[in-house]
Write a protein that binds this ligand. Structure first.
Ligand code: ADP
Ligand code: MG
Length: 261
């Protein structure tokens, strides 16, 4: 895919108002460029602003300061060019699997047969062809999350945004989906921003890992403390010394003593 799907966060800040009227600076000084086709994972303790960052790129929230753009075009709201996958699948229970996957194209005017063809194609990508006519409630959590991934792929997104998408899955299913996501990324060359609590998952999946620290509980705005490249050639072996060295480097940054301002 040759389109430009570079993501840029420039001088981004996000303020929220707390229920008692105080201002909470959830994010500050975020500068980050993600190359077109790159896979970037974001890790950090709860409350450091990971989801806020993703939601601003998704267009669900507005930045208080700074700008976010995709392919040079400023983000002004949600759009099918940015496909979002959350932990809780978010499928429509009253639609079949194929109807869920074809939903986006249908909404944008695709004929029923064309939407069905897209659904078939992307259900094949996630290995669920046989389940096209089932309902989400008849599938396991891992299978539902595959449907959710197929559903965003059917919109041909430039950027895939994933917020702890495998957080609710058992360990075995989770590692299967990680392997699949790496394959899907290789095949589609979509730019990915992937938020996770798991440092191992981040190192397994990403080209670079963004480490965030701070957050309201620390008295410092959430911010990027380091971006760690994952220079591992070939298949990633979670038991290898190189893999674990990168994991340890990131863990030290995530758990670093609170910075002073
Ligand atoms: P993470 O995903 O890293 O756990 P979040 O981005 O969800 O962190 O939250 C970052 C900070 O912003 C937290 O202190 C959180 O309480 C605050 N926050 C998030 N959303 C809102 C909101 N809608 N209103 C007020 N505060 C919010
Ligand atoms: Mg979050």
């Amino acid at each position: 895919m040759s389109r430009n799907a570079e993501v840029r966060f420039a001088d981004l800040a996000k303020r929220y108002e707390s229920p008692d009227g105080d201002e909470v600076l959830a994010l500050a000084d975020v500068d980050l460029s993600i190359a077109s086709g790159e896979f970037v994972a974001v890790v950090g303790a709860s409350g450091c602003g990971k989801s806020t960052l993703l939601r601003i790129l998704a267009g669900f929230e507005e930045a208080s300061e700074g700008e976010v753009s995709v392919g040079g075009v400023p983000v002004r709201g949600p759009g099918p060019d940015r496909g979002v996958v959350f932990q809780d699948y978010g499928l429509f229970p009253w639609l079949t699997v194929a109807e869920n996957v074809g939903y986006g194209p249908r909404r944008r005017g695709a004929k029923r047969a064309d939407a069905r063809a897209l659904a078939t194609r992307f259900l094949e990508t996630v290995g669920l062809t046989r389940f096209a006519d089932r309902y989400p409630g008849q599938l396991s959590g891992g299978m539902q999350q595959r449907v959710a991934i197929a559903r965003v792929l059917a919109n041909d997104p430039s950027v895939l945004l994933m917020d702890e998408p495998f957080g609710a899955l058992d360990a075995l299913t989770r590692s299967e989906l990680q392997v699949e996501l790496r394959r899907i990324h290789r095949e589609t060359q979509t730019t990915v921003l992937f938020v996770t609590h798991s440092i191992e998952e981040a190192v397994f999946l990403a080209d670079r890992v963004v480490v965030m620290t701070g957050g309201a509980a620390h008295g410092v705005p959430g911010h990027i403390s380091r971006v760690v490249p994952v220079d591992l050639a070939g298949a990633r072996d979670v038991t290898s010394a190189e893999f674990n060295e990168i994991k340890r480097e990131i863990a030290d940054l995530v758990h670093a003593p609170r910075e002073t301002v």
